[in-house]
Design a protein around this ligand. Structure first.
Ligand code: KG4
Ligand code: ZN
Length: 351
């Protein structure tokens, strides 16, 4: 079965083809540069970019893979969560294509797809504990099969990636700043007393990162010398390189301490979730923040202590892409699932 995947939930426009569980080809256009001047994603601009770019990506993918649209058996599309206008572009495109190619239509949960994506690289262990850490979400799940996800915990305010991006913004790092915080954090040891690990002194499986973000902002206010020059004065990447050694050491310590607070909070909550679910075979960590060095190390250590098969997608599968949508759609279609043309985009809540 040949399944086309379409991803337009935020600021990446992407299409991919999966046949019989294997990736045939993919195309991705990121809008990061378009939104960087605004310091964050502007929803209307995102929708317009998806509308402009999607047909071209689709045509190129078909040409390069040597397939005609009529070869497509299933069209999978990320139906949510995400930006409503952005999702609607992908969903409408998918409906039109499924009608014209007589292919089945499959709406995919973007968050589940992040956690299933590593199935393209290796077989997935079930039941598994899933940790999804992205720019918009921090969720833990019990995963019993590709279509059975039980939400265990979620963030009550900021997502982990949002906290990384806001801390990066406080320090004037280039957008999106998560990966720069990661890089700087590796230059020194964390001060484990510098910032709090919020919302851990309770039995809840939920997360809260906004207090941590504020604690970093308060620290930086007291130490303005660590803030990079304004982005319009110096381009961000060279500004990072131009930090004087003393300031760089201080910035690195802020990044390492903040990163440790996030990683250790995730560890505490995942460990708590594991105690609640009982025996799991695997631990799957996915989403953009799963690319983070300290978080990967922390989860590897946890998996080893609990005898779990650790599943971490490669960097390209961590961030938004259409391969994960095509693969999840293929899994669903193989199980005989499909949607009708009333399929709706679901920006938030239960997808
Ligand atoms: O999953 P994703 O690509 O988009 C969403 O669906 O939200 O995640 C993007 C998020 C951003 O907040 C970005 O700063 C963060 O992932 N991120 C990282 C790293 N690489 C990306 N955060 C920490 N460390 C990284 N290495
Ligand atoms: Zn995502």
């Amino acid at each position: 079965m040949l399944c086309l995947g379409i991803e337009t939930s935020c600021d990446e426009t992407a299409v991919a083809l999966v046949r019989d569980g294997r990736l045939v080809g993919q195309k991705l256009a990121t809008q990061i540069d378009v939104h960087a001047v605004f310091g964050g994603v502007v929803p209307e601009i995102a929708s317009r970019e998806h509308l402009r770019v999607l047909p071209t990506l689709f045509r190129e993918l078909m040409e390069e893979s040597g397939h005609a649209p009529e070869d497509i058996d299933a069209v999978a599309v990320a139906r949510g969560p995400g930006l409503l206008g952005a999702l609607l572009i992908g969903v409408s495109f998918a409906k039109a294509l499924s009608l014209s190619c007589n292919a089945r239509l499959v709406g995919v949960n973007h968050l589940w797809a992040h956690l299933l994506a590593p199935g393209l690289e290796r077989s997935l262990p079930f039941p598994a504990l899933g940790l999804l850490v992205s720019g918009g979400h921090t969720h833990t799940y019990r995963i019993d099969s590709p279509v059975e996800f039980e939400l265990l915990g979620k963030t009550l305010d900021d997502a982990a990636g949002e906290a990384f991006d806001k801390v990066a913004k406080t320090l004037n790092f280039p957008y999106p700043g998560g990966k720069h915080v990661d890089e700087l954090a590796q230059e020194t040891e964390p001060d484990r007393k510098l910032f709090p690990r919020a919302f851990i002194d309770n039995p809840s499986l939920d997360f809260s990162f906004s207090g941590l973000k504020t604690a970093v902002a308060v620290h930086v206010q007291k130490h303005p010398e660590v803030v990079l020059p304004r982005m319009d004065d110096v381009d961000g990447a060279s500004a990072l390189g131009a930090l004087l050694p003393d300031a760089r050491e201080h910035v690195a310590r802020i990044c390492a301490s903040f990163n440790w607070s996030v990683a250790d909070t995730l560890r505490i909550k995942v460990e708590r979730a594991l105690k609640k679910t009982g025996h799991m075979k695997g631990l799957v960590v996915a989403g953009g923040v799963a690319a983070n060095t300290m978080i990967r190390e922390t989860m590897a250590d946890l998996a080893q202590r609990y005898g779990l098969d650790l599943v971490l997608p490669g960097p390209a599968l961590c961030t938004d892409n259409a391969s994960m949508i095509a693969y999840s759609g293929w899994l669903m279609a193989e199980l005989g699932l499909q949607h009708d043309l009333n399929l709706e985009a679901v920006p938030r809540g239960r997808v």
